[in-house]
Design a protein around this ligand. Structure first.
Ligand SMILES: Cc1cc2nc3c(=O)[nH]c(=O)nc-3n(C[C@H](O)[C@H](O)[C@H](O)COP(=O)(O)OP(=O)(O)OC[C@H]3O[C@@H](n4cnc5c(N)ncnc54)[C@H](O)[C@@H]3O)c2cc1C
Length: 310
């Protein structure tokens, strides 16, 4: 079995991504045949600057602006139907792995943390809000997987990639009629924050979300939101907590205006200490929290902010 890693060099998280890929390769693919690393990047210099490698050889897939369609066009030309393609954790890796498999009529599984490939390709991932480990047999190659967030990391081997080929991405395919780029606010370490303020629909508007973000910063933490708050665009989607977003384990999580639906709660249940602020003393979150404050979040958060700034 041969495998290839795909590295998203547009990402600010590139070293973490590469270290996770390297640890995965060491744990599960020691006896497999090493393929090449495909590096998605703006130019050749980016690959050369990486200077720390996962495999000896790289194919640089080059485009000034990242677009999944043109990357998939280039990757599709390279894909061998028998091989495993391993993408990094994160939105880009997940999207590309699923779309490449669909394009090449193979199989894909996202957020994988284990792999066996003796007779069949079998992968493991967490399911049911991380309460269970699922084992999935992948039926058809190419086998496209993306890694789970927060996997083990392994320091990279030193050395440079030998760039064996450069592929310039052509423009967008005709099927894309227009394209608008929206700046993606950097995740800012929500995943690793020790203090998180989680804001829900009860905070009512974006101004309050901004106030809560500043309060979180004053406490040395980060703002996360429920799906309702993210859908109202009070914070970017990459701030969403829960089964469809980030699964966190901070020291302290303070929820404000969150009811505590199961899909949300799964994302904070590993917190060491949970404080819930909700006007409804009967909301589900109030029974699950270590401290429940039955009040409007505004005066409570204001008092907390004053304390933090003092
Ligand atoms: C397949 C699926 C996946 C999902 N994935 C996710 C996910 O990953 N993350 C997620 O969050 N949701 C997810 N959901 C949605 C989830 O089920 C809930 O609908 C959502 O979490 C509710 O968000 P909320 O608590 O902000 O809003 P609500 O449930 O509307 O709660 C608002 C709360 O604010 C309180 N409140 C109102 N005013 C104030 C005030 N002034 N001060 C204090 N409290 C106040 C209210 O009493 C209420 O309890 C998913 C749903 C499905 C079906």
């Amino acid at each position: 079995m041969r495998y290839h890693c795909i590295i998203d060099a547009y990402s600010e998280d590139i070293i973490r991504q590469m270290e996770e890929l390297y640890a995965f390769k060491t744990a599960f693919l020691q006896e497999a045949e090493e393929g090449v690393s495909y590096v998605l990047c703006r130019n050749r210099t980016v690959v050369e600057r990486l200077g720390r490698r996962i495999s000896g050889s790289a194919v640089a897939i080059i485009a000034e602006d990242y677009s999944p369609e043109s990357v998939l066009e280039a990757l599709g030309k390279e894909t061998d139907l028998e091989d495993i393609y391993i993408f990094g954790s994160g939105i880009c890796g997940t999207e590309l792995s699923v779309r490449l498999a669909a394009r090449m009529k193979g199989s894909s599984v996202a957020a994988v943390h284990g792999l066996e490939w003796k007779e069949h390709v079998t992968v493991k991932k967490m399911v049911y809000a991380s309460h269970m480990e699922g084992t999935f047999r992948m039926k058809k190659g190419p086998y496209c997987i993306s890694l789970a967030k927060g996997m083990d990391r392994q320091e990279l081997e030193h050395g440079t990639f030998h760039i064996m080929k450069e592929m310039q991405c052509t423009g967008l395919p005709e099927s894309v009629v227009s394209r608008k780029t929206t700046a993606n606010e950097a995740a800012g370490g929500l995943d690793e924050a020790k203090v998180v303020i989680a804001a829900g629909r009860g905070i009512r508007n974006k101004e309050n979300a901004d106030y809560l973000r500043e309060t979180a910063k004053a406490l040395g933490g980060e703002l996360g939101v429920s799906r309702s708050a993210a859908m109202n665009a009070w914070a970017p989607m990459n701030r969403m907590i829960g089964v469809s977003g980030a699964m966190l384990q901070p020291d302290i999580c303070i929820t404000a205006g969150v009811s505590g639906a199961a899909a949300f709660y799964a994302g904070i249940e590993k917190s060491k200490f949970i404080v819930a602020i909700n006007t409804d003393g009967q909301a589900p979150i109030m029974k699950k929290a270590d401290v429940a404050v039955a009040d409007d979040f505004v005066p409570v958060v204001k008092a907390l902010r004053e304390l933090a700034e003092r």
